[in-house]
Structures are given as structure tokens and as C-alpha cells.
Design a protein around this ligand. Structure first.
Ligand code: BEZ
Length: 253
């Protein structure tokens, strides 16, 4: 299971939040509304939504992320909750989620829990990694696991990157009406220059390297960097091959 280092996330991976701001334009919060930010991380977008909405609640399954969010934004409400079991009933005018749902393999359960949490007619606005998101990075990690004799660790892949059809079907099965969909490449410049890819892998891909001794891990990272450099490195920066799936839907009224 991935455990989160909230401070490292904030100091080295703030691009997720920066890109998430454009998703708020799909949400169009109103001053009369109560909104839930699902997978809120350290709360930066929750704060942006709070400036536009009547009330907002940020939820995340990571205790360290929620602790950090509470410290940064003490006036806002944050709660540790699992997306698959939000345990709200007809509570929110809208649910917003940025860069979180690709961590939830049980997408049916997540959709069911979000559906229950919305008021009738409530809006769902979500963005996360779609089919073939970070395909090159995953390939690079898998190839290194094969080369170094850790092929079995490929099964630790923690991510779920569905196609448009797969995710829309899941939402529709729960009763959502899907209104808008976008599926697009978004090459994303990683922070920290030369160290960008290794820092990204350390932050997000730790589970691939379970039981790998530190010195072997170091060699694997060097080998991944060598393989990926011609594809994902240019002008002193690494670019992750992100591909986003953005959906706006509604709970039937
Ligand atoms: C993403 O935002 O697409 C992502 C972030 C971390 C790990 C995997 C995917």
C-alpha cells in the first residue's frame, strides 16, 4: 500500500494542484452549494473551491495528507475517509475529485459511494489518469523489474487507468448521467530537473520495489533513467506521459 509523505508531495509535486485548477471551471461552484473534494490531498484545491462555494468538505484516505491539510487551512473541514466508503447520504450539491480515482481499483464501489453522497441532481466532476496514462513510465519500471529479477513485483502496480467507455459504464450502472467527457494527453514537466523521474518514482511508485535492497533499487533507478531518457527527457527536465480522463456527470433527480 502506498503511504504518503505529505510534505514531500507539496514541495516536489505541486503540478497536480496547478493543473487541477482548470478542473474547477467544470465544477462552477455556487455560493449556495456544499461540495465534497474527494481525494483532497493537502487541501490546496479544497481552498480554491471554498472561495467560490458556500461550504466545502475535503476528504482523503491518507491520515498524513489530512493532517497537513488541516494545518494549512484550519478554517476548512477535512476528514479521513475512504472513497469507497464515504458514508454520506444525499449530502452534497457536487463532488469534485482531481488526480485521485486512479488509485481506486474498486471503481464500482467508489462510484456507488459517490452516488449515494450526492443530493438528487447533484454534479460529479472528476479527473484522473485514463487508459495508457504514464504508459512509458510503467513500461520502464516493468522492464527494470524484469532485468533485475523482480518480475513478480509487476503485480504490485497500484494504478487503475480505465478507458472512457469503461469508466462511463461504471458511472452509468450506478445511475449517473454522463454529460461531458474529455480524454487528452497532458505531458507534465516534473520538478527537480535531472532528479525529477527518480523523485516521482520514489513518491508514487514505491510499491513496485517492495523487498528490493537499497543498493539494487539505486541501480534499477539508474537503469530506468537510461532507458527513459531518449523518450521523456528534454531541455533539462523530465516529462511524465500523463493522459487525463475528465468527466462531468449528474445524479438523476
Ligand atoms: C497521475 O496523476 O496520473 C498519477 C500520479 C501518480 C501516480 C500515477 C498517476
Amino acid at each position: 500500500m502506498t503511504t504518503w509523505n505529505a510534505q514531500f508531495y507539496d514541495s516536489h509535486h505541486s503540478f497536480n494542484t496547478a493543473y487541477g485548477k482548470s478542473l474547477i471551471s467544470w465544477l462552477t461552484p455556487l455560493k449556495t452549494e456544499i461540495i465534497c473534494d474527494v481525494g483532497c490531498g493537502t487541501g490546496d484545491l479544497t481552498q480554491d473551491i471554498a472561495e467560490l462555494a458556500g461550504q466545502v468538505v475535503g476528504v482523503d484516505s491518507s491520515v498524513s495528507m489530512i493532517e497537513e491539510a488541516k494545518q494549512k487551512y484550519p478554517a476548512l473541514e477535512f476528514q479521513v475517509r475512504d472513497i469507497r466508503e464515504l458514508n454520506y447520504q444525499d449530502e452534497f450539491d457536487a463532488i469534485f475529485s482531481n488526480a485521485a480515482l486512479h488509485w481506486v481499483k474498486d471503481a464500482e464501489k467508489a462510484a456507488k459511494s459517490m452516488y449515494a453522497s450526492l443530493k438528487p441532481g447533484g454534479r460529479l466532476v472528476v479527473e484522473f489518469g485514463g487508459e495508457n496514462n504514464i504508459r512509458q513510465i510503467v513500461q520502464g519500471i516493468n522492464d527494470a523489474l524484469d532485468r533485475f529479477g523482480y518480475s513478480q513485483n509487476k503485480a504490485n502496480n497500484p494504478w487503475y487507468f480505465p478507458s472512457v467507455a469503461q469508466y462511463c459504464n461504471i458511472l452509468e450502472r450506478q445511475g449517473f448521467v454522463v454529460r461531458d467527457v474529455a480524454y487528452f494527453n497532458r505531458p507534465t514537466e516534473l520538478e527537480d530537473g535531472e532528479a525529477g523521474l527518480r523523485n516521482w518514482i520514489t513518491m508514487f511508485g514505491e510499491v513496485f520495489f517492495e523487498e528490493v535492497p537499497t543498493e539494487i533499487y539505486e541501480q534499477m533507478i539508474l537503469s530506468i533513467e537510461d532507458q527513459m531518457k531518449p523518450v521523456l527527457f528534454s531541455n533539462g527536465s523530465w516529462f511524465a506521459d500523463y493522459r487525463r480522463l475528465r468527466i462531468r456527470g449528474e445524479k438523476s433527480s
